[in-house]
Design a protein. Structure first.
Length: 207
């Protein structure tokens, strides 16, 4: 268990967007950040897909009907939304705005497409908007595609067809890494976390 650090002395809250190919260790690194900091919140996404396994509504995702999701689109309630594998996913503006207004960092674990959508929306906001002032995007890289494939196979959760699909997606996502301000290579977990934490520490101190 990591010792909690409170970054309340920092000059601004951050909107932290983290993306990575499946199996690169993004979820583990995000969990470590949430354990390490006590003024950071995870942005729970909305989705139209049904819950899987032990997923809890409001904790893992906010589950919605297609009609409910569309109503929020019409009301312009989403910061970003996208369709992935036939289901829609989105981030509510209210969740992000209320957390940042309280001085909390907001952590978003989203795919490359979602990060691209947010980047465009952020760039169109006024310069003094907290979301634009605090925006930082980070791409988590595996040390190699071979290592990534080994990690996915070791999990034992996917059949051969799914692994091949994940690897094809990973190749495409890695090509987008230069769209991100920072790239962290997760070869050694503790080293990668130290680098990730250092980025957040540095960004939060810049007014």
């Amino acid at each position: 268990m990591l010792n909690k650090n409170k970054l309340s002395a920092y000059q601004k809250p951050l909107l932290i967007v983290i993306s990575a190919p499946s199996g690169a260790g993004k979820s583990t690194l995000c969990d470590m950040l949430l354990q390490k900091l006590d003024n950071i919140v995870y942005s729970v996404s909305c989705t139209t897909r049904p819950p899987r396994g032990a997923e809890v509504d409001g904790e893992d995702y906010i589950f919605m009907t297609d009609e409910g999701f569309q109503q929020r689109i019409d009301n312009k309630e989403f910061l970003e939304y996208a369709e992935v594998h036939g289901h829609r996913y989105g981030t509510l503006k209210s969740v992000v705005d209320s957390a940042m207004a309280e001085g909390q960092h907001v952590l978003m674990d989203i795919d490359v497409q979602g990060a691209r959508n947010i980047r465009k929306i952020i760039s169109e906001l006024p310069e003094d908007d907290p979301k634009r002032r605090g925006f930082v995007d980070i791409f988590i890289m595996p040390p190699s595609l071979e290592t990534l494939k080994e990690r996915i196979e070791k999990r034992g959760e996917d059949d051969r067809e799914s692994i091949n699909m994940r690897m094809k997606n990973a190749e495409k996502e890695i090509l987008c890494k230069n769209e991100f301000r920072y790239v962290v290579v997760n070869d050694d977990l503790e080293k990668a976390f130290k680098e990730l934490y250092g980025i957040i520490e540095s960004e939060a101190q810049h007014a």
